[in-house]
Design a protein around this ligand. Structure first.
Ligand code: ITT
Length: 199
């Protein structure tokens, strides 16, 4: 079964491939499909639906989409659905992840309340009238400095108290067990297996 993943983020793609262990997960870019929908939604769910629907309209086969982000309590839940935009540097030669991390560390400099969570909404879009939604979170704290070089995005400053490590200090396997995306995809995988004979 051929499934498209509605993303331009290669890190997400790698995590999807590792977790779903799916042999034919395709990126639009791999097939020469131009795909960059405007994320006009107000929630992770709305944006995941926008990505899923707009790719489905182009390929007319099942699509998976992921909208995710980091919600920081002391910042009223920001950057949230704006997590990717928050880490977009004005000067495109600058590294995105470093830019976002440094900006967040600066905003958090004086804060003692450092709790945060990652959220991930995954939509499995089979057709206009049939889709499944999986949303999960992963709780942690914003560290005072970066640590670790695995993962992507805000992982180096996302500290998981129970493990005594940042997300970027975990192996891919460890991250996928506990992460927002890992937990949502574990549920999604059950449905995909269940649908295997139908799709
Ligand atoms: P697509 O829309 O093409 O899928 P994107 O990166 O723009 O790619 P989002 O709009 O969902 O995706 O923004 C998600 C951002 O949240 C991502 O760019 C990271 O900055 C952050 N993020 C999400 N999951 C993360 C994770 O597991 N580890 C670290 N940062 C994460």
């Amino acid at each position: 079964m051929k499934i498209y993943l509605a993303t331009n983020n290669k890190h997400k793609y790698e995590e999807f491939v590792e977790i779903l262990n799916h042999s034919s997960l395709l990126l639009p870019a791999q097939e020469g499909i131009a795909f960059n929908p405007e994320e006009t939604g107000n929630t992770f769910f709305e944006n995941a639906m926008i990505k899923a629907r707009s790719l489905y309209e182009l390929v007319k086969t099942p699509v998976l989409a992921d909208d995710s982000g980091l919600c920081v309590k002391a910042l009223g839940g920001a950057p949230g659905i704006f997590s990717a935009r928050y880490s977009t540097p004005p000067n495109s030669t600058e590294n995105r992840a470093d830019y976002g991390i440094n900006k967040l560390l600066k905003e958090m400099e004086e804060k003692t309340e450092r709790s945060a969570y990652f959220a991930c909404c995954i939509v499995l879009y089979i057709s206009e009238s049939r889709f499944f939604v999986f949303q999960e979170t992963c709780k942690g704290e914003i560290a005072k400095e970066k640590s670790g070089n695995k993962g992507f995005g805000y992982d180096p400053i996302f500290f998981i108290k129970e493990l005594g490590k940042t997300m970027a200090e975990l192996t891919a396997e460890e991250k996928n067990q506990i992460s927002h995306r890992g937990k949502a995809l574990q549920k999604c995988s059950l449905i995909l297996n269940n649908l295997a004979n139908e799709l």
